[in-house]
Structures are given as C-alpha cells and as structure tokens.
Design a binder for this molecule. Structure first.
Ligand code: GLN
Length: 477
C-alpha cells in the first residue's frame, strides 16, 4: 500500500492505529520467529506499540500535525531506545538497555510513528549479509535460502516481508543500500551530517549515517523529513535549514544529466544490465546520458577497509567490561578484566569484530600509520575529488548498488575479502560524504538495486530521480 496511503487512511479514520499495529504484530508473530521464520526482529515491543497506538487513536480526526501518524516502524538494533534492549547484534551488549532515545527515535515520536521493534544486524554493523549477528539468522523474504544483505539486513527484511512500510538503518559503507537492493526495497543514505548520529552506537564516526528503508521512494522521503531536523548534540550535524523532501517529490526533474560510470572490469557484472535499461528508459524520456570517470573508485574498498576499522578500533574501546555490557566472571586483575570481557566466548566480541579491531589497531600503530591509515585518507580525498569533478558535468550518477544479486547463506562468510567486495559500488558515497539511494531494479527472479548518487545535500534531486526511475519501472525488462 505504501506509507503515504496508510497515512491517508489513518487521517481519514478509515483504519485505526491499533488495527494497523495489531495487523503488523500478527504478521510478525506468524512468520518471523523461529529458525524457519524470517527472523528480521531481535525484539518486538508489542505492549508499548499497542499503548502508543491507542494514544494516537485518541487524537482528533485528520490531525495533519503528525506526518507519520500511526505508522509502524522498525529500528535497527544499533539505535538507542529508552527502556528497550539495544544489542547491536552483539553478545557484549546482550543485556544493555539504554537510558535514552537516539535523536532519530525522538523525531519519530514527535512525528507520530509507532516503534514496533528492533531489527537484527551484523555485529556492530560490520558485514554485508547479517550473518555476523551473534543471534538469529535473518532470511531474505524474497528467497529464504539467501541472505538479506547487511548490515541493516533485519530492517530491509522487515520491509520486504511486509511487516512495516518504514524502517531505519545505518550506513557506513553500504549497510542501508546493499540490503535494500538484496530485498527489493528502497534504501537511502543521506549526506554525511544531514541526520544526527546522537544515540547511534558508533562504528566509524566519519562515515556513519542513519537513513530510511521503505517500500517505496515516497515512504523514504516521508521518513527522511521526520529524522532530518538539525540536532546540536551531534557536532557534525549540518546547521542548515532542510527542505521538505515530500513536497519536492511532487515536482518532476526536467532534463537530468545522468552519469554512467565506466566501471572497467566490473562492467560485466550481472547487475550492470539494469543500469543500461534504466539509462535507455531515461534517455527516451528526454534525459541526457553521459559517460563519466571515477578513476579512484577502484581503490575505494582498500581505503574503506582501513579507515572504517581504524575508527572502529577506537570507538569500540569503550566496551571494556567496566561501564557497558558483558563483564567476565572473576578477573585476576584490571588487564585481565579488559581482555577476557572483550575476548571470551560466549560474551565478548565475535570473530569479524575482532578482525576489524586488529586491522584498525595495526593500521593506526606507530610505524604503520603513514603507510596505511594516512595513505587511505589520501585515497579518500582523491575519491571525493573524482565525484566533485564528475558533478560538474552531471546531476546524478547511476550505478548498480551491488556487483551481484543476493547470495546464499555461507557462500561468502568464510572469505572476508569476497564479502568485502559486496560493497564495491557503495563505499564511494560514504568516503565522499554524498547522498545515495538504492531503488529496486532488475527483471530476474532475484532482486537487484540501482544506485543513484547525488552531490552533497542534493537529497531533493536524488529523491526526484529515484521517483522517476520507480515510476517508469526503469531497470525492469
Ligand atoms: N559491509 C560494510 C562493512 O562491513 C559496510 C557496513 C556498514 O555500512 N555498516 O563494513
């Protein structure tokens, strides 16, 4: 139905918030739990959601002040929710209940949304398949033998399974867009600094952004409107007025200049067809297609996998068994407390998180800093310059979201490098701080995504272009 239509029915009192929430909870109870279920949710807050729905139902008819009035929403489990467990997919936070709400959660409250629960994710958002979760194995609702993508796999699956129209994820190197592509839904990573990260458990602070996953582009715009208000508690949040993205969606972009990347060896990827078809469809409607070069994008993966782990190794130092989460039973001394709380199984960090901490600590250490971390930062600057150059000639850039359609469980999990390559097309936007969106495309039996990237703070243009592609069904054969 889409979030907008549901919102209309609620406002017209054709359905009540309670009915809507009950329906979502029933669907979840019927198909989500257990090893054969989708297992999108880590935690479902049925009682609070129903109480909130009742409170919203008591508001006067047609109250337009609440843009997300009564809409059930799922939250990735790295967003702090007061009184609701927030595990980050990690054993180390198994019993953590935050004493406060993240900025985006406060925003949702103000917008009238109903938080249904918290969704599964790769541990500390490190991964591309949600297989790194220390908990359940989230299935791809489009094909349960395949992964939902990651790290926001639970949020993408919750939308694809029809439990909710809207969900929040976080994206450090592709974690909103890649699972959106794998599950056949829309996923948007905003410009770095558009959405406050206050209350998002940090992975790599210079790359992390919170953003919407939705069943359609309009839903993504509605959710972005709700979470974008400026917040001074995140010093990187850009103090500038935000446009109303849903309003901008009503306007059609005239003659867009669309850039296609000459992707070299990657051009033959199975997802490239969808880009060609979309480009043709756009061209036949009067938009202009241009080839552009992003010559340093090929170094995106190595740069990202040095910068992100470096920042993570520093951010994750706070999980030391003293203030948060798991603490080992009877430590011999302080050092032993740190080492065993973080390292022991079960209770401590999982293998991928340990790998990242080791990688990051190494890259930042004396004697290696210049060769690894600093060099990666130089590549980051070159990638940013590539985009700036390209955006002098085009308005948006069109690429596949992922090199391949969703893979099967276990297919990549034993080979970290193969897993890292899933992020080939997505890390660029994070390294350059740009907004990017994945919209469903492809005609095969498996979902794939088209990625549109726009200049900094050009979310309006990004959403308009995404809506255009959605409307003309570009990418579908
Ligand atoms: N797959 C990437 C990683 O493992 C990106 C994760 C993310 O965006 N949170 O780091």
């Amino acid at each position: 139905m889409g979030a907008l239509e549901i919102r209309r029915r609620i406002a017209a009192k054709e359905i009540s918030c309670r009915e809507l929430v009950e329906e979502a909870l029933q669907k979840i109870a019927a198909t989500d739990p257990g090893p054969d279920g989708i297992q999108a949710f880590r935690h479902v807050s049925a009682e609070t959601a129903l109480a909130r729905a009742d409170a919203l139902d008591r508001l006067p008819k047609g109250d337009d002040a609440l843009p997300l009035h009564g809409l059930p929403i799922a939250l990735k489990d790295n967003l702090c929710t007061k009184g609701i467990p927030t595990t980050c997919g990690s054993r180390i936070l198994e019993n953590y209940i935050p004493p406060y709400d993240a900025h985006v959660v406060e925003c949702l409250e103000r917008a009238g949304a109903v938080v249904i629960g918290k969704t599964n994710m790769d541990e500390f958002a490190m991964g591309s398949s949600t297989e790194n979760s220390a908990y359940e194995k989230t299935k791809n609702p489009r094909d349960p033998a395949r992964v939902p993508g990651g790290s926001s796999g639970g949020s993408a699956a919750a939308v694809a399974a029809g439990y909710v129209e809207l969900a929040l994820g976080s994206d450090t190197g592709g974690s909103i867009r890649q699972p959106a592509a794998f599950c056949g839904v829309v996923g948007l990573k905003p410009t770095y600094g558009l959405v406050s990260r206050w209350g998002l458990v940090a992975f790599a602070s210079s790359l992390d952004q919170i953003g919407p996953l939705a069943s359609d582009v309009t839903g993504a715009a509605m959710l972005l409107d709700a979470i974008a208000p400026h917040d001074a508690r995140d010093a990187t949040c850009i103090p500038r007025e935000r446009p109303l993205y849903t309003r901008a969606l009503g306007e059609k972009p005239t003659a867009l200049r669309v850039g296609l990347v000459d992707a070299g060896a990657r051009e033959a990827s199975p997802t490239a067809d969808a880009v060609d078809r979309a480009a043709q469809a756009l061209e036949s409607r009067g938009h202009r297609i241009r080839k552009i070069a992003l010559p340093h994008l090929q170094y995106g993966i190595p740069a990202y996998y040095l910068i992100a782990p470096s920042e993570a190794s520093s951010n994750l130092a706070r999980f030391d068994g003293v203030r948060y989460g798991h603490r080992t039973a009877s430590p011999a001394d302080m050092l032993d407390l740190y080492m065993r709380s973080r390292g022991e199984h079960p209770g401590g960090f999982g293998p991928e998180v340990k790998r990242r901490i080791l990688l990051g600590t190494f890259a930042l250490s004396r004697g290696y800093y210049d060769a690894y971390y600093l060099k990666a930062q130089k590549i980051r600057a070159l990638i940013r310059a590539d985009y700036e150059h390209a955006f002098q000639e085009v308005d948006v850039i069109l690429t596949p979201t992922t090199p391949e359609p969703p893979f099967r469980f276990g297919e990549r999990s034993s080979n970290p490098l193969a897993m890292y390559l899933s992020d080939y097309f997505t890390v660029g936007a994070n390294l350059a701080g740009l907004p990017a969106i994945s919209v469903p495309a492809g005609s095969g039996p498996l979902p794939t995504g088209l990625q549109i990237t726009a200049p900094s703070l050009a979310e309006t243009r990004l959403l308009q272009a995404a809506r255009l592609i959605e409307e003309i069904g570009a990418g579908a054969a």
